[in-house]
Design a protein around this ligand. Sequence first.
Ligand SMILES: [Mn+2]
Length: 253
Amino acid sequence: MKLNPGATKKIYFASDFHLGIPSPEKSRERELKIIRWLDECKKDAHAIFLVGDLFDFWFEYKTTIPKGFSRFQGKLAEIADAGIELHVFTGNHDLWMFGYFEQEFNAKVYTDSVELDINGTSVLVGHGDGLGPGDKGYKFLKKVFTNNFFQWCFHWLHPNVGIGLANFWSGRSRAQANNTEQRFLGEEEWLWAYCKEQEKEKHRDYYIFGHRHLPLDLEVGDKSKYINLGEWLSSYTYAVYAEGQIELKTFEG
Ligand SMILES: [Mn+2]
């Protein structure tokens, strides 16, 4: 996809807001912070990329969506109406987007990584789940979660039941995740490994992923960089493209 921000406009990337956890109060606090960030972006953004796990759980039923997040949605609508491009990626927590974001926020929604050409700067951007070596359990789960029949069955559950189940599941997987890796794994960083593999096949100037919940800015060979966007539960990091460079920054840091 070609993007032309011109000489002065910027392109912003953030992921893993996980709106909805750990409590309504904490989530609201974070939602307001995201809105302040979006307000800043709005001043000079050509495009904004929200790179997955915006919500800790999201499922669009045919005629209804989960309650909450109204301020965030209002801000997205304002941004869309201001003519700023909105690109949204599904993450492993919110992969059930079925048209609402396109309809309400004029967003482009992606379920896989996308190649960008920003005035000649090449970027591969995606949420990052299911990429790289290992994680066989999740790769299988993703097949189930993206399966049409599974989704059809789930959508027939009453939302009180379906969303209840999902929140229970999400809490469990979070407890497991908290016990493992919030630290840098060196050569074992699987998305970094994935970037290095990709770079052998085709050069990109930047690789941008989320999912890892660890802000990273690493070299991939001599000419290429891997940026992990971190998350908004504690790091509040985002990336910004300006004049051929992409930098990782901290909001209100
Ligand atoms: Mn996440």
